[in-house]
Design a protein around this ligand. Structure first.
Ligand code: SF4
Length: 847
């Protein structure tokens, strides 16, 4: 029993961390099976039944094969009857268990047939195996007909309890704003796929002993609800929901170390977080939580839309979307969509009309007005001319991105979806968040995730290649729709709706995603760019103007944000290069926008795609996989280039708000101040305030940058010698790094004493190297949430040009000093802001 001794040691180790053991590996599962065969105990049976991950996990393969042998009676085990083996197969959700269950429908053992009928009737993840059941049904197999009828009648759904009329919860209140980094700290990103361990870090930087408080609250015997003023802003972290559900949700039979359910109440719940909660089977409700305090017992009446405390109604709410009760009943929006599809297919096989068992999404009336650019793009992906705000659609996902800190979770979700292939046209995996300073678990992931992705026809990058978006953007087709499990998946051409890893896995596997179309906010630039003003200043000009117009507030309590959950549509800068357009679309994440479009002329998009065709061809030549997917995308790009045309918004399209920004009025840099991307101010406003003026560290890097920024940095630093600040330089891709080295800029960075990092996210996410505790930092990165770049760091966000001046001075310059110091750029703009056109580089080869 050496296995049991080792396993018990592992259990004890994990117990000391307050978490259950890891799910069994394929090898451990095989060992458990051998022990069961020779001398079965309840403990071994429990391990096999409940401690093996379901779906297409390697361990699930071993388990399903063993249970199949018992079910077809080629192996006999006293403790597991053939019928019980099929019942156990039925708990494995889909994937490797499906074929054995379908085979069992043909068994001569009627108990086995009965168990298989019941198990399959409640299995949703059958994909193409549906056809096998259909064939059996048509061949007269009664059990198959029973399964088909059960699917058609949605017994997988109706057998589950409806959402109760009344839910009593105990309040776990987190005042103010909780961002997803509070729920799932970047510094603990390497533990994210180990849900129980990662959940131990939830809120630890925000409050004392959060887990202890939750444990105490549970003693009241009710579900503990997560309650906050603003909940879930920031990155699209499924891990944030995983942690909340781990502490406040319910166990899932046969699925180790993962939970479902849970109640989340917020005066505002960030849209991506809300959708991720829906996908995962939680009940998110937006309502006024100001009268809810830690430990309060609240009665929620979901159908009446009321929350009561001490018998008195303290808040009202509307179920949104109207289908959310079905979602909760089905165990989440994802199982509901998959199950509805299965029921619909089964009804069509049986010649039955469409089911009325499910609630249908409320669709808005068509007012006959024109469509915005986003509404047209989503329309085309949904087989329509356009979609109206509030309309529920399932657009085709042309491009799907996954990065490395969410990648392992996405992989686990793909396994749970029991998928062995992708239906999305292009799925790409990057390794930008962990490349520089990988932990042992990252190294394992670097070795295993690429094959997992490319074996399913996805494209796997390599550690050191660079930031996800700088690559993914180069694979996007104009006017198409995509997604990614990184909140900055915001294409400069086309449109992307980032989501949590669950929905991203769903999009990759099925090639579409659920979407309730948000409203749009139009930002319209006019006038001329003024000297010294950069695109980064325009990024910050958007919240600056919105604050002035009363459409955005910095204060969290009762926060106003016109962009939250809406689509930011940007016009007035049609000649921007795609790389520049991405600076604007990338930052729509900081506005909490659901997505972003940038209206561009044909020329920059043609230029970008021509370059990208060469890059993708060089990837194939350099051995990147999956070659067929890359080639398919090259062909589609060439098709577009053969007849280039871009969608345009209709003149009478409607927007929730229109923000006009006159470039003539932006005369000095605009920065986001410590520590809130919405708290923007001009250089003069900052210098006139008591905000810090001294700068300790400067970071030039992140997906907000492109090669032009590094040339500008280099030109300003040229001849200045060592800088008094700690200067970090990290280009977004290895192609930028190579070009900058060849152009001599790395020599300048070296002379300045800069610390150069390998291409990737570097400091931006804070999970690798970090700035010194309490440092005052000037950064070109995306966001400056508390503790993101370093513990206690106070971070300004602004342009690379201003970063260069801050690095030299060790403080914020005056507007005049800034103009003076950046004069070195003037006259050289054509050379500095020149982007990587790979097609113009003779015999381009990817190093
Ligand atoms: S550079 Fe920063 S914002 Fe961009 S993908 Fe990496 S961590 Fe995210």
């Amino acid at each position: 029993m050496a296995f049991m001794q080792d396993y018990k040691a592992h259990v004890n180790e994990r117990e000391a961390l307050g978490v259950p053991p890891l799910p069994l590996s394929a090898e451990q599962t095989a060992e458990v099976i051998e022990l069961i065969k020779s001398d079965c105990t309840d403990e071994l049976l429990e391990l096999l039944t409940n401690r093996v991950s379901p779906g297409v996990d390697d361990a699930a393969y071993v388990k399903a094969a063993f249970l199949n042998d018992i079910a077809n009676e080629s192996v006999k085990v006293d403790a597991i009857s053939p019928q019980r083996a099929v019942e156990m197969l039925g708990m494995m959700l889909g994937g490797y268990n499906v074929k054995p269950m379908i085979d069992a429908l043909k068994s001569s053992n009627k108990d086995v047939v009965g168990a298989a009928t019941k198990a399959l009737s409640h299995t949703l993840l059958v994909y193409d195996a549906f056809n096998d059941v259909e064939e059996l049904h048509k061949a007269g197999n009664k059990a198959a007909t029973e399964v088909m009828t059960s699917w058609a009648n949605a017994e997988w759904f109706t057998s589950k309890p409806k959402l109760s009329d009344k839910i009593t919860v105990t309040v776990f209140k987190v005042d103010g704003e909780t961002n997803t980094d509070d729920l799932s700290p970047a510094s603990e990103a390497f533990t994210r796929s180990d849900i129980p361990v990662h959940a131990n870090s939830m809120l630890t930087a925000k409050m004392d002993d959060p887990i202890g408080i939750i444990t105490e609250l549970k003693k009241k015997g009710n579900t503990v609800a997560y309650v906050g003023d603003v909940v879930g802003t920031g990155s699209s972290r499924k891990s944030g929901i995983n942690s909340v559900q781990w502490h406040m949700g319910e166990s899932i039979k046969g699925v180790p170390n993962k939970k479902t359910g849970g109640v989340i109440l917020g005066s505002t719940i960030a849209p991506i977080f809300f959708a991720t909660a829906e996908d995962s089977g939680a009940l998110p409700l937006e309502l006024d939580v100001s009268e809810m305090e830690m430990g309060d017992v609240i009665e929620l009446y979901p159908y009446k839309g009321e929350a009561h405390k001490n018998g008195k109604c303290i808040a009202t709410f509307k179920l949104n979307p109207n289908t959310i009760t079905d979602e909760v009943r089905a165990g989440g929006r994802i199982p509901l969509i998959i199950g509805r599809g299965l029921t619909s297919k089964a009804r069509s096989v049986l010649g039955m009309p469409q089911s009325d068992i499910f609630l249908t999404a409320e669709q808005p009336a068509d007012n006959g007005k024109g469509y915005t650019l986003a509404q047209k793009m989503v329309g085309r992906a949904s087989g329509l001319d356009g979609v109206r705000p509030g309309m529920y659609v399932e657009p085709e996902m042309s491009t799907v991105g996954s990065q490395d800190t969410t990648g392992p979770m996405t992989r686990d979700e793909i396994k749970e979806l029991a998928a062995l292939g992708f239906n999305a046209d292009l799925v790409m995996q990057s390794f930008c968040h962990t490349a520089a300073y990988p932990k042992p678990s990252d190294i394992t992931m670097h070795h295993t995730l690429p094959d997992f992705i490319s074996n399913r026809s996805g494209v796997a990058l390599r550690p050191g290649d660079g930031v996800i978006h700088s690559w993914l953007n180069r694979m996007v087709l104009p006017d198409t729709v995509g997604t990614g499990a990184d909140s900055h998946t915001r294409f400069p051409i086309g449109i992307s709706f980032p989501g949590g890893s669950g929905i991203v896995a769903f999009a990759a596997v099925t090639g579409s995603m659920p979407l309730t179309m948000p409203e749009s906010v139009l930002v319209r630039f006019s006038g001329e760019m003024q000297p010294g003003i950069t695109l980064r200043d325009l990024v910050n000009a958007i919240p600056h103007k919105a604050i002035k117009e009363g459409l955005l507030t910095v204060e969290k309590k009762g926060k106003k944000n016109i962009f939250a959950g809406r689509i930011l549509e940007i016009e007035g800068l049609p000649t921007l290069k795609a790389e520049q357009a991405f600076e604007l679309s990338d930052a729509s994440a900081e506005r909490s926008a659901a997505a972003c479009t940038v209206l561009l002329d044909n020329e920059p998009v043609i230029e970008y795609l021509k370059s990208n065709v060469t890059l993708l061809e060089s990837m194939i030549e350099a051995g990147y996989e999956d070659k067929r997917t890359l080639q398919r995308r090259i062909d589609k790009m060439k098709d577009w280039l053969a007849n280039p045309s871009l969608m345009k918004p209709d003149a009478d399209a409607e927007y929730a708000a229109v923000l006009d920004i006159d470039l003539n009025e932006i005369k000095e840099p605009i920065l986001a101040c410590p520590n809130d991307p919405d708290d923007v101010a001009t250089l003069s406003e900052i210098l006139a305030s008591d905000r810090p003026h001294k700068i300790d560290e400067v970071f030039v890097g992140s997906c907000m940058t492109n090669i032009g920024h590094y040339r500008a940095l280099g030109e300003v630093l040229r001849g200045e010698g060592p800088v008094p600040t700690r200067l970090w330089v990290c280009p977004p891709t290895k192609m930028d790094e190579k070009q900058l080295t060849e152009d001599g800029y790395y020599a300048i960075f070296g002379a300045a004493g800069a610390r150069t990092e390998i291409p990737g996210c570097s400091l931006c996410m804070g999970n690798q190297a970090r700035v010194a505790d309490n440092a005052i930092v000037f950064s070109t990165s995306t966001r400056n949430f508390d503790n993101r770049l370093g513990k206690g760091a106070q971070v300004y966000l602004g342009s690379a040009e201003l970063a260069a001046v801050c690095a030299i001075l060790g403080r914020l310059p005056t507007a005049e000093e800034y103009i003076e110091k950046t004069k070195k750029i003037v006259g050289k703009e054509g050379e500095i802001y020149k982007y990587l056109n790979f097609n113009l580089i003779k015999d381009y080869k990817l190093a």
